[in-house]
Design a protein around this ligand. Structure first.
Ligand code: HEC
Length: 140
């Protein structure tokens, strides 16, 4: 299954779950300030303190809708999660947040239930980040 299709599927699962959308958005906002702002900048325009050190410049995340003509939820979700990376094609500048969030959630546990919960939470955090980015589209 392609990364985008998997992203669309995960998004549908999250949309069907009862967790509050406001909560996810708040978490996304907090995650962005902590994890994304170093490169993308607090205003998401790509001028974070780490940006200058990168060989590839972070893009302006307030212009996603402008660039694609609509806000491509599945694509943004896949990019953040790292689902769009072809296997074995080395690294990209941006960390693979899907892996980071799942590892954080699993911790030292070896239980399958914990792994499933962690993967669920990771999808929810990524969806929260995606929705937060959606609120920034067209920011001056
Ligand atoms: C280490 C620096 C770095 C961090 C931290 C980082 N990014 Fe990125 N991001 C980049 C770079 C560089 C690009 C563009 C080049 C690329 O594709 O690798 C990018 C691209 C993106 C894109 C693609 C935009 C498009 O138009 O296709 C999205 C979405 C994105 N980042 C979201 C995030 C989110 C959300 C976080 C925090 C969870 C984050 N980034 C953290 C460096 C970073």
């Amino acid at each position: 299954m392609s990364g985008w299709r998997l992203a669309a599927l995960l998004l549908a699962v999250i949309a069907a779950s009862p967790a509050s959308a406001d909560e996810a958005l708040e978490q996304g906002k907090a995650d962005f300030a902590k994890l994304c702002a170093p490169c993308h900048g607090v205003d998401a325009k790509g001028h974070g303190p780490e940006a200058a050190k990168l060989p590839k410049k972070p893009v302006d995340l307030t212009r996603i809708t402008e660039r694609y003509g609509r806000f491509p939820e599945d694509r943004v979700f896949a990019t953040i999660a790292g689902l769009d990376m072809p296997e074995g094609h080395g690294t990209r500048e941006m960390p693979v947040w899907g892996d980071v969030f799942v590892s954080e959630g699993v911790g030292q546990s070896t239980s399958v239930a914990d792994a499933l919960r962690a993967s669920d939470d990771a999808s929810r955090r990524i969806a929260g980040l995606m929705h937060y980015l959606e609120t920034l589209q067209g920011a001056p």
